[in-house]
Every structure is written in structure tokens, then in C-alpha cells.
Design a protein around this ligand. Structure first.
Ligand SMILES: [Zn+2]
Length: 189
């Protein structure tokens, strides 16, 4: 079943769209496979699924977050091939630029645990809307985890999934780095 929802611009923060019991039922944490096109969101209406463990882990991490400056809590959880989940929250420094996103901390936890094959990352935040990974996280995730699924859950419990490659098209990767005819400094591989 596909349901046409109002344009994004008319939705607002937690507006009437998600109060429609057919679309949103807080008791069941609806998991919708959303397709966004031309300002509309379409849903395959796969509601009433239980909350995936990955999203739940991200949510638990978000609850533990205590960003001292932005007060914007983010939780992320990344699932590896074995099914193991690594979660983290954002950490801020008084030297703002040294603050770190939840997504990259979760990834680095997995990498330092010896993981190298990844399936999916879930991201939740305090925002009413979906919280996509920032540009830096997209780059690092793509390089270390590959074209994984990115699962974003908004404050109304609605989940949207996208491939990382759709969030970072034409990514710069190590492949690009090695695609050199001649080293400008005269070095060869
Ligand atoms: Zn980030």
C-alpha cells in the first residue's frame, strides 16, 4: 500500500501528518519504508514491526549523551556482519572543533574491536526531523564501512533508510587516491 503524504513544507514539527493513527501509532513504533520524491514522502506502510535492535541501541546511546554546549543529543549504532552492534553518542569539547559525532565514535569502536564488515548504521537525535550523518561522517563511513544502509529515526518514531552512496554520491575514496598516472612529486608505487 502506498500513501501520499503532504509536502514536507506543510508538515512542520510533529504536525498532523504523523498524528494520523493510520500513519503513526506510538504504541507500535511504526517502521515505515519511506520513499521521498518531489517533496512528498511515500510509504510502504510496513507498520507494527517491533523496534529494530539497532535503532534501540542508538536510542539508548542518545539517552546517555550529555552534550554540554549544543545540548543536541545524538545516538548512533552500527551493526557488523556478525550481528554485533557498536553504539555511541556525541561528545563535545570546550574547543568546539574537537567535538565528535556519535556516528564516527560508533564506527571507530567497531574498527578498533577488529571489525571490518559492516551492514547498517542507525542514527537518532533530539531533532523532530530525521538526523542524517554530517558530511565528515559520510566520508569516513563510506571509506571504512562501505555503502551501508543508513537508518534514521525521527522523534515520531518513523524510520527512513537510505544507502550511504545516495547521501554521498561520487565519493572520494582510496580508489580515487590510487588512480594516478604520474605522481606529481616523481614518486612511483
Ligand atoms: Zn558527523
Amino acid at each position: 500500500m502506498r500513501v501520499q503524504l503532504p509536502p514536507c513544507s506543510q508538515r512542520g514539527h510533529g504536525g498532523s501528518l504523523f498524528e494520523d493513527p493510520y500513519v503513526f501509532n506510538a504504541a507500535h513504533y511504526p517502521i515505515l519504508d519511506l520513499i521521498e520524491t518531489h517533496g512528498y514522502i511515500f510509504s510502504t506502510m510496513s507498520i507494527n514491526k517491533s523496534v529494530p535492535a539497532l535503532v534501540e541501541a542508538a536510542e539508548k546511546a542518545r539517552e546517555q549523551s550529555n552534550p554540554r554546549f549544543s545540548h543536541f543529543r545524538v545516538g548512533a549504532a552500527i551493526e557488523v556482519e556478525s550481528g554485533e552492534i557498536y553504539s555511541a553518542f556525541n561528545i563535545e569539547s570546550s574547543s568546539y572543533g574537537l567535538s565528535m559525532c556519535a556516528e564516527r565514535i560508533a564506527l571507530w569502536k567497531a574498527v578498533t574491536a577488529g571489525e571490518s564488515k559492516f551492514r547498517e548504521i542507525a542514527i537518532v537525535s533530539d531533532a523532530f526531523d530525521f538526523c542524517p550523518p554530517c558530511g565528515a561522517c559520510r566520508q569516513v563511513l563510506y571509506e571504512l564501512a562501505g555503502d551501508i544502509d543508513v537508518c534514521m529515526r525521527n522523534r515520531n518514531g518513523i524510520v527512513k533508510k537510505k544507502k550511504l552512496s545516495s547521501l554521498l554520491p561520487e565519493a572520494f575514496t582510496v580508489k580515487t587516491l590510487h588512480d594516478v598516472q604520474e605522481d606529481p612529486f616523481g614518486r612511483r608505487d
